[in-house]
Write a protein that binds this ligand. Structure first.
Ligand SMILES: Nc1ncnc2c1ncn2[C@@H]1O[C@H](COP(=O)(O)OP(=O)(O)O)[C@@H](O)[C@H]1O
Ligand SMILES: Cc1ncsc1CCOP(=O)(O)O
Ligand SMILES: [Mg+2]
Length: 254
């Protein structure tokens, strides 16, 4: 395993590229997260589309730069929409968020099938990863098995792919007290993957950007309600300098 190949300045560069490109992201996400994820994207200058109509998602994919699928409220329509969206991904990066696979074997099996379709980035929390990993706890081993950029989020986030393993310490504990923080992060990762040809770097840049905004919001907030508003404001006002100076990418030992 090598040390981090991405610097705070690289992350700020990716952030500038994101702001300049204003990518389009089509997201089939759970019904809880749709509004928050769209607002997070808009705050960053990303153009969101959120329809989950199976008959339309292929056309929306064609007009998008990146895609995200989230299993949080996996009704029959979303299941079909997700399948068709992934069928239509082509060269576009796509992010899989296997929300709550730890709660439902049916959902876990569906997610396993999607992992077989090789998501560009797989973002999960530790409980979801444990369910998907079926006993394998090593992040690099799972990233290699699934041939993806594997991201696990909690207080300190981890990104594994190939020979690389990065840890990102940015973030604020109030992020875990606002629903859909993880789902919206998946959409931000997709947007970074649209502008950065290296999906590992894109995942790290998304985590740093999101986490730095979370820290700024956390300093202003009184609790989850004001945090949500302050977080959108912080994403909107974020500068490349703030990203570069706030980045906390930890060195990983071999
Ligand atoms: N205790 C914490 N301290 C700092 N950041 C956190 C904490 N918990 C979650 N986050 C951040 O919140 C974001 C969403 O992650 P997480 O809450 O793990 O996802 P999910 O909602 O899918 O469980 C990530 O950017 C993560 O770094
Ligand atoms: C509460 C809830 N129930 C189904 S999806 C969902 C949102 C989960 O969002 P996140 O994984 O980002 O916390
Ligand atoms: Mg989640």
């Amino acid at each position: 395993m090598t040390a981090s190949l991405i610097s705070a300045n690289d992350v700020a560069g990716a952030f500038e590229a994101l702001k300049a490109a204003r990518p389009r992201v089509h997201a089939v996400v759970n019904s809880v997260a749709e509004t928050f994820a769209a607002n997070v994207m808009l705050a960053l200058g990303i153009t969101p589309s959120m329809t989950s109509n199976p008959e339309e998602v292929a056309d929306f994919a064609t007009g998008a730069d990146a895609l995200v699928v989230n299993l949080g409220t996996l009704d029959a329509g979303r299941r079909e929409a997700i399948t068709r969206l992934v069928d239509s991904a082509g060269h576009r990066p796509w992010v899989l968020d296997p929300t709550f696979v730890d709660r439902s074997p049916l959902r876990c099996d569906f997610a396993a099938g999607l992992i077989g379709r090789r998501p560009t980035i797989l973002r999960a929390n530790p409980a979801e990863l444990a369910a998907l990993g079926r006993g394998e706890a090593s992040l690099p081993a799972l990233a290699a098995r699934w041939n993806t950029v594997l991201t696990v989020t909690e207080a300190v986030d981890q990104v594994a792919s190939g020979e690389r393993l990065d840890r990102v310490a940015n973030g604020h504990e109030l992020m875990s007290r606002v629903t859909a923080s993880g789902c919206a992060l998946g959409a931000v990762m997709a947007a970074f993957a649209a502008v950065d040809p290296d999906p590992h770097d894109a995942a790290v840049a998304a985590l740093v950007t999101y986490g730095v905004a979370g820290e700024i919001a956390g300093r202003a907030a009184k609790g989850p309600g004001s945090f949500q508003a302050a977080f959108l404001d912080a994403l909107y006002a974020l500068s490349p300098d703030a990203v570069a100076s706030g980045a906390r990418i930890l060195e990983v030992q071999d």
